[in-house]
Design a protein. Sequence first.
Length: 386
Amino acid sequence: MASKVALAGSTGSIGNQAIDVVHGAPDRFEVVALAAGSDVSRLAAQARDLRPSLVVIGDASLAGELAEQVPRGTEVMSGTEGLEALARSADVVLNAIVGFAGLPVTLAALVAGRRLALANKESLIAAAPLVSSVRNAAGGEIVPVDSEHCAIHQCLRACRESEVARLVITASGGPFRELSQDELAHVGLGDALAHPTWDMGPKITVDSSTLMNKGLEVIEAHELFGLPYDRIEVVVHPQSIVHSMVEMTDGSTIAQLSRPDMRLPIGYALGYPERLCSSYGALDWSTALSLDFEPPDRERFACLRLAEEAGRAGGSAPAWLSAANEEAVAAFLSARIPWSAISQVVAAALEDWDQAVISSVGDVVEADRRARESARRTAMRLEHAA
Ligand code: NAD
Ligand code: MG
């Protein structure tokens, strides 16, 4: 029987690729709900194609416009209430919303005991203490979509927990891997948006250029797999073929390899525990292939170090890190601050961090708000100083 699937963030990079996966396995999946932030025309076109019973638009002021464009009988909802209804409506919930806005989907899906196919790392990072308390609801489960964590999830199927020594997360290194500190001071928006191996939404593309994405992924791995930070390593691997690795206590390392194609981890998470028959990203061994590895540089890419520090500090520090980064990236994307200021904004926010703990959704929202306030202040100061 086909499983009922909800796609949150359906109009984005991951969302569109998920629809491609669903079209490739029509007997496996039935889309029952879709959600997007504000792209009414694309969301409506997806609803006409997939015929879900529910569509959700983040921006409530657009709900009327959306209702006019979806097939008759489709329920239209908006905002947090809509996202929570989406999360309850399906067996498998893909959270491919970008940023903190994805929090209601993560929490509501797990509380309702659904399988959460998680691309939205920001919600897990900001609300880790809450996620870990709702994660064990009957039926509730997280299957990672992020390619590195999906790789580790696959490697872990080959061993017992007691056999795991370290997780090794690979990083492409982004477009600026080979630039000096001086050259990094002059990179522009177009340079940051030109990722060498992955075609992704703008926020994560910038995060990949600063290595903040890798830092967020270290925290994500700590939360998903429960290993302490000193057993989570990062290695730069420019070809993005080895998606991550697990080292065993006897020195053996197991890796997952494929061409960089997000449809593979998306299909893995939607179909888990069974694999799909549609193949994405299989390697071609008839041509030469070289794989390189090098340690990351935490001086030139301070965001990686800041994220690792925030992860180790725990409490609301990861929430502050992620929120400040969202603000810094937004300021960079609108050309208000240079690329090199992103890490400065995040570092200043972590200086302002008030060491609070997180024990309710209100605490997460408050941490997010205060971190953004701090980040906006620093961004404005740097903007005027430039
Ligand atoms: P994107 O910018 O292409 O798409 C974001 C989606 O979120 C859009 O559909 C947008 O409408 C929706 N959205 C934004 N605000 C919303 C709101 N308030 N309510 C409902 N929907 C809202 O981003 P993306 O590249 O697809 O990334 C999505 C998530 O997946 C991010 O957390 C990213 O870190 C993660 N991820 C992406 C990739 C990738 O290859 N793109 C890989 C790994 C992880
Ligand atoms: Mg990733």
